[in-house]
Design a protein. Sequence first.
Length: 300
Amino acid sequence: MNFREKLIEAIETKRSIVCMGIDPDIDAKQFPEFLKVLEFPKFQFAKKLIDKVYDSIACIKVNTRFFMSDELDQLKLIVEYAHEKGLLVIGDCKQNDIGNTMAMAYRKEFEGFNFDAITVNGYFGSDGIITDGIFDKWYKLEKGLFVLIKTSNNSSKEIQDVNFVNEDGRTFWKNYHLMASLTEEWSQKYEHVIGGVVGATDLLNDKGEIISTSSTMVKEISKILRGILLLPGYGAQGGTSDSLKYLEKDSYCIVNSSRGIMYAHDRRFKGRYNEEDFALAASDEVGFMNEDLNKHFKYK
């Protein structure tokens, strides 16, 4: 099975499109104090979360930027433990380079940390993704990619929403349409194991008025791209399940929530759980997400 098939199997088997983001910040006020005295606090934090939700989520996404150079052993332990629990692991590292440098980046993420898929920035074009067999080895080893297409930060409109006409005369309404189209071209060569990152949040102008909805972006991009969509922004960043109603028929997606799940004891369930029970609160948040998202996502 390739990465896409594995992820779809997990989605269908668990009836869940939830992707739990793991962004452990010890300095965050919500990070449990009792874990900070342990030898590997970030690993222990992730382990407790995984233990409570592994059978009700599709996968996890680990943000590599939350691990300092002396914490990489904890990152490896998290990936290993998630695999022991049968979870696919996406490395959110946003790699972006060309040639031998990008080949080394792939090796670091896939061989060094054993991620099942990673996020990549397609700004270099195909040279940084697939040219000269750069991804061939990892595709054969059942790895996948998620290319940044439309990110959830509001200032993304400064670049990603620019209108232009391509050199061949094809008009793209927005820059992110072109990136989605390029990603589809790359993905076709690898059985669509290359998916796309599409922020599940609305874009606002300087006055706070909505100028582009997440529903519009999900609808447009899922028409272009057959690869699985990774939708960040749910919960803490204001994203909702409504955009799933506009997902193209037969398209697959996963919806990521990081702080919303990790710190549910201090968010949706504040006052119901104390920090020692943060993992129980996370489990309740996953249950809430599954019920909410499954109102709109159609399983096979």
